[in-house]
Design a protein around this ligand. Structure first.
Ligand SMILES: Cc1cc2nc3c(=O)[nH]c(=O)nc-3n(C[C@H](O)[C@H](O)[C@H](O)COP(=O)(O)OP(=O)(O)OC[C@H]3O[C@@H](n4cnc5c(N)ncnc54)[C@H](O)[C@@H]3O)c2cc1C
Ligand code: FES
Ligand code: FES
Length: 489
């Protein structure tokens, strides 16, 4: 058992003797006094606290932006952290120079976070970005080797960074001018010096980071009250906002089996600790509409940390993953020392934040079938803002047609009940039909009859019902090719 957290900070090896549940932001600002990393919202929304986190990947180091306000020190053990101070060597970093030359900053509070996000994006198109691809993780390949960065990539990289005074035009212009960049960090071989330890314990907080599923299950059996930690983008908000203590944590981030993405002839399977950024790269080819949804999931900082297992484990009625996964017929694997069991994802959710998960179990993987011939799938997220917002309603539709008739249909909603839910009567209204307007109207009526959503500040019950029913028609028109892509969907 170790009492220190070992990592690289701006290229230099560092050992921190601190509770592993201290946030990285608090530590950066109070111990090495790296105050370029700012605190804005302290809940993952504004990006002022962004840092780059580096991991060895093949023969390179892969960097991605993360929110240090909701990241615990235990989560950076064995990794590299680059703050805005670490980007500048003898001269301004190319991103900083482009921002300065382009008048892309006024009060400057958001600027360090924006520089970090853009440096993260630019680093992915530099040769070192090939690391993830070299690692052989098929789904991660799309993340690396961004040889050409489009405006859409720039907007994605900035979606988690709020700027209230400059306005985004000069920031985006600066981003367009940045060429290939390197991040002044440790060489990949140096990571051998900071190999992650299985247990770190300091000042009453213990952080386990097992590397095999069997070790996780053993810990789960011995310590049923320990917090199970995926990427911490849900749990970290409570850590930062309410200063909850994590006295015992089992981190899943280094568990080989839970980090795997598998592809068979008919299925895609994601280990529970696979991040949304990795899933995005893996899913785009099969379900582009799901990929569009994932691009709207939080921000790049959130997607680089948040996992599919955490999104399901948190059992939020407004989580974005479950409706899409349920409509795709996802199966979830629950593992414990007594064995593995598999269930349809919709059967995992029992009631508000109540699930089938037993105290000795973990979600091990989620698998979805690859698209069938003549399958149409769309998922729609309705929220107040396009990016970085929680759904008011999330609706997913999938139909498979055979000789002009709907052979099967799966429809699922988030934001309409205490759990993500399927809409069986709405599905029945489509099955056997020629997918005509009359059937779609019956489907919409069945949706209105089934759900009794809540009213809250995101939307009234009436609004939710109307939107959910309208989305059935939107799906039908989308499939018919009658609609145009609009930002709000
Ligand atoms: C700024 C911000 C924006 C967000 N935007 C979105 C959004 O657009 N859409 C959306 O759906 N969500 C959003 N979220 C919520 C969150 O990012 C997601 O739910 C994410 O997928 C959670 O994954 P995680 O690994 O970070 O979970 P964690 O915080 O690590 O864990 C969440 C819960 O799941 C449990 N858990 C984790 N892994 C497992 C496992 N393998 N087995 C069993 N239980 C497990 C944990 O014990 C905990 O109870 C946002 C959060 C923030 C802070
Ligand atoms: S301080 Fe706002 S995202 Fe961290
Ligand atoms: S420069 Fe002031 S918030 Fe962006």
């Amino acid at each position: 058992m170790s009492q220190t957290i070992r990592f690289f900070l701006n290229g230099k090896k560092q050992e921190a003797s601190v509770r592993p549940d201290t946030t990285v932001l608090d530590w950066l600002r109070s111990v090495p006094r790296l105050t370029g990393t700012k605190e804005g919202c302290a809940e993952g929304d504004c990006g002022a606290c962004s840092v780059l986190i580096g991991d060895p990947a093949g023969d390179a180091v892969h960097y991605q932006a993360a929110n240090s306000c909701i990241l615990a020190m235990g989560q950076i053990d064995g990794r590299a952290v680059v703050t805005v101070e670490g980007l500048k060597t003898e001269q301004l970093h190319p991103v900083q120079a482009a921002m300065a030359e382009n008048g892309s900053s006024q009060c400057g509070f958001c600027t360090p976070g924006i520089v970090i996000s853009l440096a993260g994006l630019a680093a992915q198109r530099s040769p070192a970005g090939a690391g993830l691809a070299a690692q052989g993780n098929a789904a991660a390949t799309g993340l690396a080797h961004k040889t050409e960065v489009t405006d859409s990539d720039i907007h994605d990289a900035l979606a988690g960074n709020l700027c209230r005074c400059t306005g985004y035009r000069p920031i985006v212009e600066a981003a367009r001018k940045v060429g290939n960049v390197t991040i002044a960090g440790p060489h990949v071989a140096a990571f051998a010096k900071i190999e992650p330890r299985t247990t770190i314990s300091a000042a009453g907080s213990t952080f386990h980071q097992p590397q095999s599923l069997n070790d996780v299950l053993q810990l789960r059996k011995e310590k049923p009250d320990a917090i199970l930690l995926g990427g911490g983008t849900d749990l970290g908000v409570a850590l930062a906002d309410y200063h909850t203590d994590w006295n015992e944590v089992i981190s899943l981030a280094r568990v080989r089996e839970l980090r795997a993405i598998r592809e068979t002839e008919n299925h895609l399977s994601f280990g529970a600790a696979v991040t949304w950024e990795e899933i995005l790269a893996g899913i785009i080819e099969y379900y582009p509409s799901f990929a569009t949804l994932i691009r709207r999931f939080g921000s790049t900082q959130i997607r680089s940390m948040g996992t599919i297992g955490g999104n399901i484990g948190t059992a939020s009625p407004i989580g974005d993953g479950p409706p899409a996964l349920i409509a795709l017929g996802a199966e979830i694997e629950l593992a414990s020392l007594s064995g593995h069991r598999f269930l349809a994802l919709e059967d995992f959710f029992l009631d508000y934040r109540k699930t089938e998960l037993r105290a000795d179990e973990v979600i091990a993987s989620v698998s979805i079938p690859k698209p069938a011939e003549d399958q149409e799938f769309r998922v729609y997220k309705i929220s107040k803002r396009y990016d970085q917002d929680i759904s008011t309603v999330c609706a997913a539709f999938s139909v498979v047609r055979e000789e002009g008739q709907v052979r099967s249909a799966r429809i699922a909603f988030g934001g309409m009940a205490a759990t993500p839910q399927r809409a069986p009567k709405a599905e029945q209204a489509l099955v056997g039909s020629t997918f005509d307007h009359r059937a779609v109207e019956a489907c919409a009526r069945a949706i209105t009859a089934q759900f009794k959503p809540l009213s809250d500040w995101r939307g009234s019950a009436e609004y939710r019902l109307q939107v959910a029913a309208n989305l059935a028609e939107r799906f039908w028109r989308d499939v018919a090719g009658e609609t145009v892509e609009v930002m709000a969907l």
